[in-house]
Ligand binder design. Structure first.
Ligand SMILES: Cc1cc2nc3c(=O)[nH]c(=O)nc-3n(C[C@H](O)[C@H](O)[C@H](O)COP(=O)(O)OP(=O)(O)OC[C@H]3O[C@@H](n4cnc5c(N)ncnc54)[C@H](O)[C@@H]3O)c2cc1C
Length: 611
């Protein structure tokens, strides 16, 4: 234990800040909240609480090679919403939210170009389309450019401060608390309005690329987005929607890199071990073939595997040398290490097809529809609390542009909300209890270290009557993989498995007081796993409640293999703060756009997006 770590709670320094708008998570949507708020009202006091560093944080950290949603020529806000609805098999999705998002989508995307992101252009100078709503960019610098723009408005930026819980005054949210992951201080931030924009939840399930070593962070998503934004809302009693709609995608096997870069960008088809076309086979042609909804396309390779026709590939053998080079450039914009991965294997995609596999499931409300239940102003069911980006529920297929647009809409909602509003009353007991909860694992670690000694060079932790965050994380991820429809089970689960998962999540929760940390880094890992447990429990409860098979892969119930028309509704949940039970509820579907919900208004060309 380093000398400067606290041994008692009174040694933990406390920082108190009062602000107008608190943004929890300075990623894509969080930065857009700050920019829009400051543009609309330069005098508003804005604070960004960011677990990493806004220059390179969140989903955009490694760069992007495409903007998946842009309304190009011949398309309308209505057509993108109808397309999005069809992509999730007709819903449910919140058409009202999707329409308001689509109305400002293009201006958000275009602002990225105005700030300096290079967009690829076609011969007529228009954005180069890769799919129906999908345009190509050179986005390696996307996040630094957004961060630079944000910083130009001088908001208060607290880099490397992780939120741990919301501050409440009765049912109203009045800010948040957290800790400095480098300075070890406790932060109490009071705000008139608070937005949660912490991205999605990674690491609930064992990573598809985990080989039992420290490679558990080798996953598709940014591994430091662990779902804290959902967890703090769950604990505060906010309502959530569609948490059973998990994002399971097809990825380059053993690497977890995006496959649509190849299959959409270069029209390379998926094939199975017998070299049969997968999506063009009779098994999938009825479901739409190459243009089937995204969950079907993602699930198809895993069905091939589970039915004995794996391994599966994207057939790149028709690519010209120039296309192979372009493909690698695309990866250098988004997933640079994949180029090294191919080089290390000595693999030439023009000679050998690239193997693909399913990813572990993620909760990402910018892709699927899981997240906070929000109103048109993006306010959650708790006054003063807003959600943006992947945290905002009900609206799938947002991706880069749509999440940015959600940030803009949340900022407008927040500014409206704070007019004439005070800061609320701070409850000192709430603050003290949270400080105790946050730092208890560190104080426990100090006690354990003082009690046990070991020769220099050996790890004494194995002797402790305690649990490391890595141990609990591994248990949770394995449990979720095996009992809650992970990639190891080809995404399938049944009632008994889900009940088993719930029972064991309950057991782990009882062991939280055994978690310990001997460094601030470990303290981050402790809170990561605590938050993952809360999110995982809600995901399992939602999976259990949806007794049907609506989006195979994303949500597959082997005991209810059909679609149940009576479940054409939003499945929602919220914690009852009196009983601590998560209560399930249903809300009926509100169709805004007329027509067959499973069809987009005009034929969908070969896939339309990439993530
Ligand atoms: C690997 C990958 C590839 C993708 N490819 C594409 C693509 O090509 N095209 C496309 O359109 N979309 C793509 N997407 C989707 C798109 O990038 C996201 O949907 C979108 O950018 C998410 O924005 P966000 O603001 O919700 O989350 P993020 O941008 O992830 O922001 C979340 C922020 O919250 C911070 N945070 C997390 N926890 C805490 C905490 N406890 N306290 C404080 N801060 C916290 C994080 O550090 C991060 O800065 C991709 C996503 C991923 C993960």
């Amino acid at each position: 234990m380093k000398k400067d770590l606290p041994k008692t709670i009174t040694e933990v320094e406390e920082i108190r800040i009062e602000t107008d708008l608190l943004i929890i998570g300075g990623g894509n949507s969080g930065c857009f909240v700050a920019i829009e708020a400051k543009e609309k009202n330069p005098d508003v006091d804005v604070t960004i609480m960011e677990k990493a560093h806004i220059d390179r944080s969140g989903a955009l950290a490694a760069g992007m090679d495409a903007i998946n949603t842009y309304i190009g020529e011949g398309e309308t806000p209505e057509s993108i919403v109808a397309w999005s609805r069809a992509q999730v098999g007709g819903g449910p999705l919140r058409e009202d939210l999707a329409l308001s998002n689509a109305a400002i989508l293009n201006q958000c995307v275009e602002s990225l170009e105005a700030w300096g992101v290079p967009f690829k252009k076609d011969e007529k100078g228009r954005y180069k389309r890769r799919g129906r709503f999908d345009i190509s960019i050179h986005g390696e610098q996307l996040k630094p450019i957004i961060a630079e723009k944000t910083k130009s408005y001088n908001p208060r930026i607290l880099n490397r401060v992780a939120a741990t819980n919301l501050l409440k005054d009765g049912d109203r949210v009045i800010g948040a608390m957290g800790f400095g992951i480098r300075d070890g201080k406790f932060y109490v931030i009071k705000a008139k309005a608070t937005v949660v924009s912490t991205g999605g939840a990674a690491g609930l399930y064992r990573s598809a690329t985990n080989d039992g070593t420290t490679s558990h962070h080798q996953m598709w998503m940014n591994p430091f987005n662990v779902g804290t934004g959902y967890a703090i809302g769950i604990r505060a009693g906010a309502e959530f929607t569609l948490m059973e709609q998990r994002w399971c995608a097809t990825r380059v096997k053993d690497f977890c890199g995006p496959v649509d870069t190849i299959s959409v960008g270069y029209k390379a088809k998926m094939i199975n071990a017998k070299e049969e076309l997968i999506l063009d086979s009779p098994r999938y042609s009825d479901l739409g073939g190459d243009t089937a909804p995204r969950y079907i396309r993602a699930n198809a390779p895993m069905s091939e595997w589970s039915e004995g026709r794996g391994p599966t590939f994207v057939d790149t053998r028709n690519l010209s040398p120039g296309q192979v080079k372009d493909l690698k450039i695309d990866y250098l914009n988004e997933r640079p290490t994949y180029v090294l991965f191919l080089a290390a294997r000595g693999q030439d995609p023009a000679k050998e097809p690239l193997e693909i596999y399913g990813s572990d499931p993620y909760i990402v409300g910018g892709h699927t529809a899981s997240g906070y239940w929000i109103d048109g102003d993006r306010m959650a069911t708790l006054a003063g609390l807003f959600a943006a980006g992947e945290c905002a529920g009900g609206m799938p297929n947002k991706f880069v542009g749509g999440c940015a647009a959600e940030g803009v809409l949340a900022a407008r909602g927040m500014l409206k909300h704070i007019s004439g509003m005070d800061h609320g009353k701070l409850d000192q007991n709430q603050v003290a209890a949270e400080k105790e909860r946050v730092f208890a694992p560190l104080l426990r670690g100090a006690t354990l270290e003082a009690k046990y000694t070991m020769p220099v060079g050996q790890d004494p932790r194995w002797q402790y009557d305690a649990v490391t965050p890595e141990e609990m994380e591994e248990r949770l991820q394995r449990l979720m993989d095996e009992y809650a429809g992970g990639v190891g089970q080809f995404f399938k689960c049944n009632e008994e498995q889900l009940n088993y998962a719930l029972k064991h999540i309950g057991m782990m929760k009882k062991q939280l007081n055994k978690l310990f940390a001997t460094s601030l880094h470990d303290l981050v890992l402790v809170h990561d796993v605590v938050d993952r447990l809360d999110v995982a429990e809600v995901v399992v409860l939602h999976l259990r409640e949806r007794r049907e098979c609506r989006w195979p892969g994303w949500q597959t119930r082997s005991d209810y293999p059909e679609v149940d028309p009576s479940l054409d509704c939003y499945i929602n949940s919220r914690k009852n703060l009196k009983t601590s039970e998560i209560e399930m509820l249903k809300r009926s579907y509100q169709q805004v756009l007329p027509g067959d919900r499973t069809k987009a208004p005009s034929p969908i060309p070969l896939s339309a997006e990439k993530a």
